[in-house]
Design a protein around this ligand. Structure first.
Ligand SMILES: [Zn+2]
Length: 114
């Protein structure tokens, strides 16, 4: 499962943060996920307890914030929200858009037990 390796990579980052602060444990992990990140949020939530078992982050809460899809139009310059399968400019309808947000998978914050 792809999401399990995503979780393991995420937990490696979390462990580095926890070590840097001499933490006893991890209470919560906040993640920002875009619909185009290629990660299924429900699978990520399932994989998290498995991946975090036996680590400092065991029994911590995984909080997921969904990022909107935003595009910038190369034709009219407008920034707008778009649908995953239709990255069109909301102002002029052009498809020459650049993705500004929506494909991220970002560790936002880690709540530590010190
Ligand atoms: Zn446009």
């Amino acid at each position: 499962m792809h999401e399990l390796s995503v979780c393991q990579a995420l937990l490696a980052q979390v462990a580095a943060v926890a070590r840097a602060h001499d933490a006893q444990g991890v209470r919560a992990v906040r993640l920002r996920v875009g619909p185009l990140s290629g990660v299924e949020v429900s699978l990520l939530k399932q994989a998290y307890p498995v991946a975090s078992a036996g680590t400092l982050a065991e029994s911590s809460e995984l909080l997921i914030e969904l990022a909107p899809i935003r595009v910038k139009c190369e034709t009219c310059g407008a920034e707008s929200e778009a649908q995953p399968n239709r990255l069109l400019c909301a102002r002029c309808g052009d498809d020459h858009t650049r993705l500004m947000s929506g494909d991220e998978l970002m560790l936002m914050s880690v709540e530590l037990v010190i």
